[in-house]
Write a protein that binds this ligand. Structure first.
Ligand code: C2E
Ligand code: CA
Ligand code: CA
Ligand code: CA
Length: 288
């Protein structure tokens, strides 16, 4: 089938392999065009927007932080989900430029919020494992913080377990350097990957985020209940904060609360909001 792509391009695919070629090719071309369009978007800058999802202390209803989530308004395709373009950005290395944009933009929004009195909200930023491979990663994180006067304690970097799985000395050291400046580290999508938990001893993290897949099944599945119970127990024993993601119903809130998880995030409280709407939300919400 080596020449199939060529046949297909010429519209001459006639044998058995042709049946699955169009799909494969579309996927391939889509990836390529997304990559090209991403490069263009990074150059232009104005196709990206940041949304903010409030994090809430359920008992008091106070907002404790905002998770920053990127949106891409593609000029032709409309909104493209970060679940689609972030993995491509990671594979191609474009994620570095995107993360820079996110960090600078988020810090500038923080300064605006701060000027309006919302100066005590944690800013949750998603960083990809690849960032940590870069030798200048400290500067790239610290520069926008300094520029916009964001206290390091209010930056909460969300990383996934896959970074910690590498378990190399340099990652331990890098995370420690971030922690030494006061920056917080959260483990995102906790419990969804193969993990030994061993890393919790070695990495100095502040918070674990219970993945929304467990929260979704709460009340439906005894397993999810048991898993969340176990995660909250782990958090307690390791003296870590814990926050549940994807909380959509009062019933989920109730069960999470009983299990001892008090901080939450999800559509039940608010969807991710553009900046102006975030402001409106905060104006009617008690602050931490
Ligand atoms: P994530 O970090 O796990 O973010 C949570 C996702 O769940 C977000 O999707 C959010 O909109 C969605 N969500 C929040 N509450 C609920 C809920 O109650 N129910 C349901 N069903 N979903 C909820 P989003 O914004 O589409 O982002 C998808 C993923 O893309 C993120 O997953 C994160 O891994 C990645 N991502 C988003 N923004 C960035 C970014 O700036 N940088 C990097 N590196 N990755 C990002
Ligand atoms: Ca996240
Ligand atoms: Ca997550
Ligand atoms: Ca996720």
């Amino acid at each position: 089938c080596a020449d199939m792509a060529m046949y297909q391009v010429k519209g001459q695919g006639k044998n058995g392999c042709a049946a699955f070629l169009p799909h494969m090719q579309t996927t391939y071309l889509n990836r390529l065009s997304i990559e090209n369009d991403l490069r263009e978007a990074i150059k232009q800058g104005d196709q990206f927007e940041l949304y903010f999802q409030p994090q809430i202390e359920a008992l008091t209803g106070q907002a404790t932080g905002l998770e920053v989530l990127i949106r891409w308004h593609h000029p032709k395709e409309g909104m493209i989900s970060p679940d689609v373009f972030i993995p491509i950005a990671e594979e191609t290395g474009l994620i570095v430029a995107i993360s820079d944009w996110v960090l600078w933009k988020a810090c500038s929004h923080f300064a605006a919020l701060s000027a309006m009195g919302f100066d005590n909200l944690r800013l949750g930023i998603n960083l990809s494992p690849r960032e940590f491979d870069r030798s200048d990663f400290m500067e790239r994180i610290q520069l926008p913080l300094e520029e916009f006067g964001v206290p390091p304690q209010l930056l909460d970097i969300e990383i996934t377990e896959s970074l910690l799985m590498k378990d190399v000395e340099s990652i331990v050291a890098r995370i420690q350097r971030l922690r030494d400046t006061g920056i917080h580290i959260s483990i995102d999508d906790f419990g969804t990957r193969y993990s030994s938990l061993n890393y919790l001893r070695r990495f100095s993290v502040n918070r674990i985020k219970i993945d929304q897949s467990f929260v979704r099944d709460l009340g439906l599945s005894q397993d999810s209940y048991a898993i969340i119970q176990a995660i909250v127990g782990i958090a307690k024993n390791f003296k870590l904060n814990v926050i549940a993601e994807g909380v959509e119903t009062a019933q989920q809130l109730e069960i999470l609360h009983q299990l001892g998880c008090s901080e939450m995030q999800g559509y039940f409280f608010s969807r991710p909001l553009p900046f102006e709407k975030t402001l409106e939300f905060l104006k009617t919400t008690p602050q931490y």
